[in-house]
Design a protein around this ligand. Structure first.
Ligand SMILES: [Zn+2]
Ligand SMILES: [Zn+2]
Length: 487
């Protein structure tokens, strides 16, 4: 008589006494399973300690037989985050921690069980850490259990700013529908540890506080798409979700490859820089085997990826780390065409820009690179922010384009005029005859009409003092204003 179906059924239903009775039957195979479901793996997914004990005490138990879906008993216990059962399995004779299609370590990471991840790494020296993240949906469907259809995520980076994350997170989970058991813990939300933006300027504020980045930063893990992090090497995945404990556990394994790349080409360092995982970055930046020169075809090097997002605190962290000697600032260009030079120009921070200049040795060869969002060159950014010393520096470069237009058709002169930076306007006007006075932007405005509109008297005087200025641009009221002031 084949007792395997009964054994699996009793394990699934949680009938410990029946399992015990069946296992005592002479000649029973404790490893057989109904429809490719070995009873031990089924019991581990259900999480019944008594039943699991019965199996593990059987002299002929083989803990490594995977189900037809490809998970072993250990992977099932890891999926459920059952620390005690994981520890029993790890002590079982003949256990192979690397068996099965779904690796227990990657499963524990994706299910968010930090303590289990630490447990696996600490107690298994031969665990294979060369793992890549599975598709979230496939993982969920292959670990079928109606009661545990959703992995339960353990708190993330609870030690800092958890309260703030909770406050930000509430608005989101009220909008989304979640299984009830995930709502109780503020730690369920991704905490990026984002600091108050140090930067000023419209671009910086726009990027940091934009609706997209805010949603990204506080999105609960559960509403991440099925392809979130798919294919990520294990460390990259840990950094992407921002889990400090897991990242530290994975980093502690001697077999971890710091240069492993996600599908786009990002390393853990690049992802950490993009996501501003500063606490995790501290751990990554002190390692001699971290290579900051690796460039993702889509996101560039870590330092460029951070600079492109105006995360200059992250940039400074990398620059001032022990990796500094390995950095190469010249050849890094993002897929959008931006390089470190134009990213620094956008910072709106004179000190930041000037501190980058000596690092980027080849910037004078191509001073007219424009950023991908506004189409502004360094001269336009410096003019917009009224950075007189930078404008002077750039004007010394023979091939700098004085009349470059940004995406709205504004030139450096127009940006300085509309922002009221008289010194910069004077500096630009001194570039005669190269400077074009009467360029119109998409709105039909010139530097003069902008200065009149915003009422910068000093600039209006500077512009009107030129004999090549076109006053016909001023409409009736503008002309009247000019007449009343200076006629
Ligand atoms: Zn990338
Ligand atoms: Zn760009």
């Amino acid at each position: 008589m084949n007792l395997a179906p009964a054994l699996t059924a009793a394990s699934r239903a949680g009938h410990a006494d029946v399992v015990s009775l069946l296992l005592d039957v002479h000649g029973i195979d404790p490893n057989a399973g109904e429809y490719g479901e070995p009873a031990l793996a089924v019991a581990c997914l259900r999480g019944s300690p008594v039943i699991i004990k019965h199996f593990l005490n059987h002299p002929r138990i083989n803990p490594n037989i995977p189900t037809i879906d490809g998970y072993t008993a250990l992977a099932a216990a890891c999926y459920r985050g059952l620390e005690e059962i994981v520890s029993w399995l790890l002590l079982t004779e003949g256990i192979n921690v690397n068996a099965g299609k779904y690796h227990p370590l990657m499963v524990a990471v994706q299910a968010g069980w930090g303590r289990v991840v630490t447990q696996l790494i600490k107690s298994c020296v031969n665990i294979d850490v060369d793992q890549h993240a599975y598709n979230q949906n496939i993982l969920m469907t292959h670990f079928p259990h109606p009661q545990y259809a959703y992995p339960h995520y353990s708190p993330i980076s609870r030690e800092f700013r958890a309260k703030e994350c909770w406050l930000m997170g509430t608005a989101h989970w009220r909008m989304a529908s979640f299984p009830n058991n995930t709502l109780s813990d503020p730690g369920d939300f991704s905490c990026s540890g984002r600091l108050t933006p140090r930067q000023t300027g419209p671009y910086a504020v726009g990027l940091l506080n934009g609706p997209i980045s805010r949603r990204e930063a506080y999105a609960p893990i559960l509403i991440r798409g099925s392809t979130f992090g798919e294919g990520d090497p294990i460390l990259v995945y840990c950094v992407r979700v921002g889990n400090l404990g897991m990242s530290e556990a994975v980093l502690s394994h001697r077999g971890i490859n710091m240069s492993a790349q996600a599908r786009c080409g990002c390393t853990a360092l690049i992802v950490g820089s993009i996501q501003r995982r500063h606490t995790i970055l501290d751990r990554i930046l002190v390692r001699a085997d971290t290579d900051p020169r690796i460039s993702c075809p889509a996101h560039g090097t870590a330092i460029l990826a951070a600079a492109h997002r105006l995360y200059f605190d992250t940039v400074n962290k990398i620059i001032s780390s022990p990796l500094r000697s390995k950095l190469d600032f010249c050849d890094s260009i993002a897929s959008c065409g931006c390089n470190l030079f134009i990213c620094a120009a956008r910072s709106g921070d004179e000190d930041t820009f000037l501190s980058f200049i000596p690092l980027i040795s080849d910037w004078q060869d191509s001073p007219n690179i424009a950023d991908c969002k506004f189409g502004r060159t360094a001269l336009l950014w410096a003019s917009l922010y009224g950075q007189h010393s930078i404008v002077q520096l750039l004007l010394l470069i023979p091939n700098v384009d004085l009349n470059h237009k940004d995406k709205d058709g504004n030139t450096a002169l127009m940006l300085a005029a509309e922002s009221g930076f008289e010194e910069v306007v004077r500096e630009l006007l001194a570039q005669s005859p190269g400077i074009k006075m009467n360029v119109r932007n998409r709105n039909g405005d010139t530097a003069l009409s902008l200065a009149v509109w915003y009422g910068y008297e000093g600039i209006i005087r500077l512009l009107l003092a030129r004999n090549d200025v076109d006053v016909s641009v001023l409409d009736g009221p503008g002309l009247k204003l000019w007449m009343s002031l200076y006629a």
